[in-house]
Design a protein around this ligand. Structure first.
Ligand SMILES: Nc1nc2c(c(=O)[nH]1)N=C([C@H](O)[C@H](O)COP(=O)(O)OP(=O)(O)OP(=O)(O)O)CN2
Ligand code: ZN
Length: 150
């Protein structure tokens, strides 16, 4: 069985090498969809009976380990020194420094790699993270899968 939990957050970014609009500082209402696989828990009387994982728990873990850090932050590539230096000059600015340019593809992969360790099987139901889908806009998204293509 597969389940998916959707969360939304706001963040700024820019793609420094982009030849068009995306090299400018701008922001998105990002959407992240977290897909887990596992067996449905069969434990009468347990709060998670009939579930792969409680959706509220999926959300709680995603917020704790990723989304609260990225929400209302500027996601900057470490090699984009002009922007990193500028953001560092702003007192208490919420900046997240990444080792890759903040494209939808890279953000989806970073999110997958961070969240993979978070969704652990505690019921013996073989729970695991299968996919992170990251929407940069309603029309543009990237999927990071367990079976890596990159
Ligand atoms: N493969 C990728 N292509 C682009 C990415 C990306 O992350 N991966 N990112 C961008 C820009 O950051 C941009 O924000 C998206 O731009 P755009 O294609 O213009 O998307 P819109 O939703 O604004 O376009 P509409 O035509 O209004 O739907 C660019 N490319
Ligand atoms: Zn963008």
């Amino acid at each position: 069985m597969f389940i998916t939990r959707r969360l939304e957050f706001d963040a700024g970014h820019r793609i420094p090498d982009h030849k068009s609009q995306c090299r400018h500082l701008h922001g998105h209402r990002y959407v992240i969809e977290i897909t887990l696989s596992g067996q449905v828990i069969d434990k009468a009387g347990d709060a998670a009976n009939g579930m792969v994982m409680d959706f509220s728990q999926v959300k709680h873990l995603a917020k704790q380990h990723l989304v609260d850090e990225w929400d209302h932050a500027f996601l900057a590539f470490a090699g984009d020194s002009a922007i990193v230096d500028f953001l560092n000059s702003l007192p208490d600015h919420k900046t997240v420094i990444l080792d890759r340019v903040p494209t939808a593809e890279n953000l989806a992969r970073i999110a997958f790699d961070r969240l993979d360790a978070v969704y652990r099987d505690t019921y013996g139901n073989h729970l695991q993270l299968e996919q992170v889908r990251l929407y940069e806009t309603p029309n543009c998204w990237a999927d990071a899968l367990r079976a890596k293509l990159d």
